[in-house]
Design a protein around this ligand. Structure first.
Ligand SMILES: Nc1ncnc2c1ncn2[C@@H]1O[C@H](COP(=O)(O)OP(=O)(O)OP(=O)(O)O)[C@@H](O)[C@H]1O
Length: 252
């Protein structure tokens, strides 16, 4: 099995008669970047939602570092060390970028965030320095005193990534991290994700952009109609006729 950080075992999920996930078995190995690809409606987001506790599977289990997390609440799973970057960024629009990144750092240290305390804690030096460092990392240092609502879509996604990184997650789940970004921003994000990988962080990426998948992934699982139809290195998956038929051929 290798060193699985996260295992998905025999997961099934139905939505009112529609089988969104069937017989899903997945091993996410320590330190690796694992991409999940597949055509629209294949079940990728559903799978991610099952992993983070937003959806309960009808069958099967998700195990994180040897602990069954199926049935736990999203914030409990987050506290165990799984952070997720959403397709639509979940940020605090009225706060500055710095405050946005400091909030989850406080949450990690002190428990649930109390927003009304945030401005008073603004000058906690260690947290502030770390937040500044991470904003630098994602290329947003110059905008740290701007309100988050003023950011472009690409910058909002980078801010949300910073908010995840400050939690030092054991596993980072990224739902289409480059969706809606220009080619330049996409390449910057690829570089950033490569740097994170060098630090040993385990990542799962859902991605439509094959350039991103082939630049980053160690392993690729291909979902089609709720089932994993192929798995392997990017080259293996690319050469698989089943994949070409179900995904590459159909979608592009
Ligand atoms: N809450 C829901 N209620 C009913 N059906 C749902 C729900 N969420 C997803 N589905 C259906 O489940 C299937 C899988 O959807 P899902 O969003 O997981 O696919 P996806 O691979 O992430 O697609 P995309 O690439 O378009 O984001 C689709 O047929 C979708 O319509």
């Amino acid at each position: 099995m290798g060193n699985a950080v996260l295992s998905v075992a025999d997961v099934q999920k139905n939505f009112a008669g529609l089988r969104a996930l069937s017989d899903i078995d997945l091993q996410i190995e320590e330190g690796k970047t694992h991409a999940i690809i597949g055509p629209n409606g294949a079940g990728k987001s559903t799978l991610l939602n099952v992993c983070v506790g937003r959806l309960a599977p009808d069958q099967g289990a998700v195990v994180f570092h040897g602990q069954v997390i199926t049935g736990k609440k999203p914030h409990e799973i987050n506290q165990l060390g799984i952070a997720r970057v959403f397709q639509t960024p979940e940020i605090f629009p009225d706060l500055t970028l710095l405050q946005n990144v400091m909030a989850p750092a406080y949450a990690r240290r002190d428990g649930p965030i109390r927003l009304n305390l945030l401005t008073r804690l603004d000058d906690d030096k260690d947290v502030r320095l770390e937040a500044e460092h991470i904003l630098e990392d994602v290329g947003l240092a110059a905008k740290r005193h701007d309100e988050a609502s003023a950011l472009s879509r690409g910058d909002k996604r980078r801010l949300e990534l910073a908010m995840c990184l400050v939690q030092h997650p054991k596993l980072l789940l990224l739902d289409e991290p480059t969706a809606g970004m220009s080619r330049l921003d996409t390449n910057r994000t690829i570089d950033l994700l490569k740097r994170i990988k060098e630090r040993g962080m385990t990542k799962v990426i859902i991605e439509h952009d094959m350039h991103v998948v082939f630049s980053l992934a160690d392993k690729v699982s291909v979902l089609a109609q709720g089932r994993i139809i192929a798995e392997g290195t990017p080259d293996e998956v690319r050469a698989d006729p089943k994949v070409q038929e179900a995904y590459l051929g159909g979608a592009h």
